[in-house]
Ligand binder design. Structure first.
Ligand code: OSB
Ligand code: MG
Length: 391
């Protein structure tokens, strides 16, 4: 899916989004959708979208299909796969969606029941603004986001693009608007970086997201002791255990929760519970998803415990076309309404889907089960391995 404009972060530039969709169709005709939202490049986290496609076809789907389709049971089987969180999560999400469809309830209702917590009918959204060519271009983008109704502005920063641009935006906004930054792990504790981070600390930010290395909880804990602004972790939190460790060490005071990054919805529900119990700020992050992935994030973010606006902007703001109908939209109040229809709650448009599809692999009946049963066998390569448009 081509982006309307490149999305630039400290981790790299995205101009076109390749995603992997997981579509389940049961013998009863019930359907489930999931989305694998790993990025194209390995500069955000190690997982790439091409690798995740292979892992889903060769391991995650066969494992998921090899037993009880109950989503908690699927999540348990998938938990034996190490890493590869985005691939696992996309497959698992499709089973949550399928279960909701079969129960005749919305994904939101299923998640609310599974977590024993209440849910909101509207979810507050924030805007994530990439690194722009100039301060003026940034102010323009911020102005557009405010006019759209967003309740929070998140600016991407990196060394050399931080205190001056963020101060200019803070001056423009005044002290009352929620502003935060996301560094995508581009800073260190070297003196010049530390000075910039201390400069950001004076700008009244809601949080500084992932300033330091993706594997470095200790450095974040050290930095958090020196900042009054809460550190929020993104890349560093790839499991329930990671969240526990980060909180124990004081490495963050805010959690960006992306179901793909933590390995799925079951893990997300456990993290939600921890954050609610420990009164830790929690919000739902984004991965430039299509309407399918956004719909799943939306259902999750509607649960109690999500205390801050999420990266839940409509896909049509970034992409020329989306895959769902009615479109995923932002209200004039800067919220997104959670659909009440059974399952995903949005209809996937076959024409859009077909037009956007580059490659497709189908696992059918016994074949899927057969491949899944034998964990020790080397799986055969995918049936279709070229990236050619489907005609
Ligand atoms: O670091 O939060 C991030 C998008 C892709 C990869 C990483 C990140 C992002 C975002 C969210 O900032 C943007 C969105 O999905 O609206
Ligand atoms: Mg981030």
């Amino acid at each position: 899916m081509p982006l309307r404009a490149p999305f630039v972060t400290g981790a790299g530039t995205t101009t076109e989004r390749r995603l992997v969709l997981v579509h389940l169709e049961g013998h009863d005709g019930a359907q489930g959708w999931g989305e694998i939202s790993a990025l194209e490049h390995p500069y955000y986290l190690p997982e790439t979208i091409s690798g995740a496609f292979a892992l889903a076809c060769e391991w995650a789907l066969p494992t998921a299909l090899a037993g009880d389709p109950d989503p908690a049971a699927v999540a348990e089987r998938l938990s034996h796969i190490r890493g590869n969180t985005f691939a696992r999560a996309g497959v698992e999400a499709a089973f949550w969606c399928l279960a909701a469809t079969r129960a005749g309830v919305s994904l939101q209702t299923l998640l609310s029941q599974a977590s024993g917590t209440s849910a909101n009918t509207q979810v507050v959204a924030g805007a994530s603004i990439g690194i722009c060519p100039s301060v003026d271009a940034t102010l323009l983008a911020v102005g557009r986001a405010l006019a759209s109704g967003y309740h929070r502005i998140k600016l991407k920063v990196r060394p050399g693009w931080d205190v001056p641009v963020v101060s200019a935006v803070r001056d423009h906004l005044g002290p009352g608007t929620t502003l935060q930054v996301d560094a995508n792990a581009t800073y260190s504790l070297a003196p010049e970086h530390r000075a910039a981070l201390l400069g950001l600390d004076r700008l009244g930010l809601a949080c500084i997201e992932q300033p330091l290395g993706w594997q470095d909880l200790e450095a974040h804990a050290e930095l958090q002791r020196q900042l009054s602004t809460p550190i929020c972790l993104d890349e560093s939190l790839r499991s329930v255990r990671d969240v526990q460790r980060a909180l124990e060490r004081g490495a963050c005071r805010s959690v960006n929760l992306k179901p793909g990054r933590v390995g799925g919805i079951a893990a997300s529900l456990a993290i939600r519970e921890i954050c609610e119990r420990e009164h830790v700020a929690l919000w739902c992050g984004g991965m430039l998803e299509s309407g399918i992935g956004r719909a799943i994030n939306l259902a999750l973010a509607s649960l109690s415990g999500f205390s801050e606006p999420g990266d839940l902007s409509p896909p049509l703001e970034r992409f020329e076309r989306d895959l769902v109908n009615p479109p995923y939209e932002l209200s004039a109040h800067g919220t997104v309404a959670v659909p009440r229809a059974p399952g995903l709650g949005f209809t996937v448009t076959p024409t859009q889907l077909h037009a956007a599809t580059l490659n497709r692999i189908e696992l059918v009946g016994e074949r899927a089960g057969e491949r899944a049963g034998d964990h020790h066998a080397r799986p055969s390569p995918p049936a279709t391995s070229t990236m050619a448009p489907v005609t």
